[in-house]
Design a protein around this ligand. Structure first.
Ligand code: PBG
Length: 344
């Protein structure tokens, strides 16, 4: 390497600092840095979110997410097979619902033949070794773009939970392995756990979006699932205020008490303090979602030649590990897995 060994650069005695500790010694070469490396990103840490749409053999680029396409179910099956080949343990399914199928109560969410369920069945049939995660919330299915029932300008909690429970059951029946409630209604984890157990789905896991903040970083996702044009108002009566930390602890505590197997923080990089605090407080499997806007920022800067996109990708994903995350939902998953396979 190009590193000059320190011993070959004698310093005149009067300039030599009398130091016992020289932290740079442990950084002097590639092998020395590898030896003291504290956190390592592996493909085991990756969850790959995939957007699905109706039709056959069609990819539709998501404008604000360069390199990410919405894909038809037949292609989603191939992506799942690619995930297995790349050693990615889990794919997450997000549907683009035809606008004609959206209504005020999100009834398509309960249709056992909806896009999410069809994708789950097709993937499970062809790629049985992949883990399947599905999002529970009404927003891809409602005409107003909210995650719950809207009445008189308010999002109803308990009435929404009753629907989310049915949505979760429909997904479990379709083969989902991990139910991920992203709606932020109170009490939904406990209600979903009870219903899953009652229906015999004791082994279906719950990954709770425990600390999900009302964030500007979800913009490109809403384009991808087609809810950006429809969303009325904002989600601040259910998603958390980004000024708060103690509230995240309370939310995670409740979700764990209600039976969550895994907790999640969302968005990711701007919320690493929350990841670190939840991991150190509870010591439970803790995940982070590097959301669409975070992906878009890195890709936009990279496309302008302002940053090295691949280096920024790996650095950001490793930062999640450093903060204590057990895994990361990231649109970079296939590229990160390919990068890791190159043995960098
Ligand atoms: C649905 C949901 C959202 C995301 C995941 N699940 C959007 C939202 O809450 O408005 C965002 C993911 C991303 O931005 O990548 N409730």
């Amino acid at each position: 390497s190009s590193v000059t060994p320190l011993k070959s650069a004698p310093v005149p005695a009067r300039e030599r600092l009398d130091l016992v500790e020289r932290p740079r010694r442990n950084r002097k070469s590639e092998w020395a840095r590898r030896l003291v490396k504290e956190n390592v990103l592996t493909t085991n840490d990756l969850i790959w979110p995939i957007f699905v749409q109706d039709g056959v053999n069609t990819r539709t680029p998501v404008t604000a997410m360069p390199g990410v396409d919405r894909v038809t179910v037949d292609i989603a099956v191939k992506e799942a097979a690619r995930a297995v080949a790349l050693d990615i343990p889990v794919v997450a399914i997000f549907p683009y619902t035809d606008p004609d199928l959206r209504d005020p109560t999100g009834s398509e969410a309960l249709n056992a033949q909806n896009l999410t369920c069809r994708a789950c069945r097709a993937i499970k049939a062809e790629v049985p070794d992949i883990g399947l995660l599905t999002d529970v919330a009404l927003d891809p299915y409602t005409s107003h773009g909210h995650d719950g029932l809207l009445e008189g300008g308010r999002i109803l909690n308990d009435e929404t939970v009753a629907l989310l429970v049915r949505q979760a059951l429909v997904q479990a029946e379709a083969g989902s392995d991990i139910i991920a409630p992203s709606d932020m209604m109170d009490g939904r984890v406990g209600a979903i756990r009870a219903a899953l157990d009652e229906a015999g789905f004791m082994d279906v896991q719950i990954m709770a979006y425990s600390a999900k903040y009302a964030s500007a970083f979800y913009g490109p996702f809403r384009e991808a699932v087609g809810s950006s044009g429809t969303l009325k108002g904002d989600k601040r009566t259910y998603q958390m205020d980004y000024a708060n930390t103690d509230e995240a602890v309370r939310e995670a505590e409740l979700d764990l008490a209600e039976g969550a197997d895994m907790i999640m923080v969302k968005p990711g990089l701007p919320y690493l303090d929350i990841v670190a605090r939840l991991k150190s407080t509870f010591g439970r499997p803790t995940f982070a979602y590097q959301v669409s806007g975070e992906y878009a920022m890195i890709m936009a800067a990279a496309q302008n030649g302002w940053i090295d996109g691949e280096k920024a990708m790996v650095e950001s994903l490793t930062a999640f590990k450093r903060a204590g995350a057990d895994g990361i939902l990231t649109y970079f998953a296939p590229r990160a897995a390919e990068y890791l396979r190159k043995g960098k």
